[in-house]
Write a protein that binds this ligand. Sequence first.
Ligand code: CMC
Length: 438
Amino acid sequence: MSSSLNLDAQDVGTVRFSYGDQEIELPLIEGSEGERAIDISALRSRTGMITIDEGFVNTGSTRSSITFLDGEKGILRYRGYAIEDLAANCDFVEIAYLLINGELPNADQATEFRSGIRDHTMIHEDMRSFYNGFPRDAHPMAILSSVVGALSTFYQDSMQVDDPDQVEISIYRLLAKLPTIAAYSYKKSMGQPFMYPSNDLSYCENFLHMMFATPAEDHVVDPDFAEALNLLLIVHADHEQNCSTSTVRMVGSSNANLFASISAGIGALWGPLHGGANEACVNMLEQIAADGGNVKKYVDMAKDKNSNFRLMGFGHRVYKNFDPRAQIIRACCDKLLAKLKIDDPLFEVAQQLQEVALKDEYFVERKLYPNVDFYSGVIYRAMGIPVQMFTVLFAIGRLPGWIAHWKELHANPRNRINRPRQVYTGQTSRKTVPVEQR
Ligand code: CMC
């Protein structure tokens, strides 16, 4: 696998500011899309001060050449290609290649990459027995994270982070095995036998086969479902320095191996404020439908500062106009439901919710729009995928992005262990007193 690395931002001058009687000058850098940043890395050594930015709202953690997004304009590009262009013209495996290697594959590269993945789709037979130990009702994200972490126990031959051959085989193993590990977690919850992968199928068809076929009955994969899944995986494939990707980079920065880093990323993705929002969103739509479809009541609850309730599938840290991924998915959702003649009451509730929220001053003022998770759940439901598997599908989609970032981190000569500082606000120095005097 080749790799491209371009992490040079341009030096475009300095920023000067004063503090007391001190005048400080710090470098100003500019990325290839004109984004500017003040390089504060020398601030502490020169002034004794650090910066603080809880939740990293205004902090760039790295230079990166993988994904560009402009939240104001609703732009998302992988390696320079617009998400709309990629979604219309590529399949998920090509996108994985693009993210990991920097360029779209030519025909020979694509064939080699696909066959490299196919060679590794099965999981070790001993690993299958892990599943016997998980409770039947275990959440599949917990299983996914555990089994991916356990890959480090089976592939001890490929854990050197500075050996390109070992990294390459780990990448193939992850891309190939994640759908198998995921489908087995579903089979476990159903009490059904695991289905081996079928390597004559495409990446998405194979996953649907492992999910829905049984030894007693073959499953003919609906091409519309495979197409919709391909699209969903593409739009989830990367999103620059989001919570799970930053986790993968953080863990990777200590030189932890790729399996350990991805397992940690899966844990971060699980949270309902991140990837878990697609599951939380459908649960919320079900709750609204069961409660008589009173959409306004839930919009009011989301606005009420005394309530913890939030409209799941709304809002984004970066997108402040629309989420381009939501727009692509919305069109796919319409097409699929119309074709299948599915009259899903949840979709009706989703539409009403969107209409009410988009006109409401609270949501307009705060620029809260439907995000990618708002429609993905409705599509997954139409495909017969159970709610608990939604975030697992997000993880399968996000895997190439995590890998690309982990690789970029290790190729970056500026890479140092990620270690933020803090402003301490606890007790100042004190002495213990004997227990009877406390
Ligand atoms: N419902 C109601 N109010 C909201 C919502 C929401 N979904 N999202 C944000 N707000 C309000 C929030 O209360 C705050 O109001 P105020 O200024 O009066 O205090 C304001 O909008 C800004 O919110 P924030 O929490 O400071 O924004 P953030 O950038 O820290 O959080 C978010 C972004 C995505 C976590 C948040 O919008 C949210 O919780 N959304 C629901 C969960 C969700 O759909 N997550 C999926 C994100 S897209 C997939 C992914 O990439 O993971």
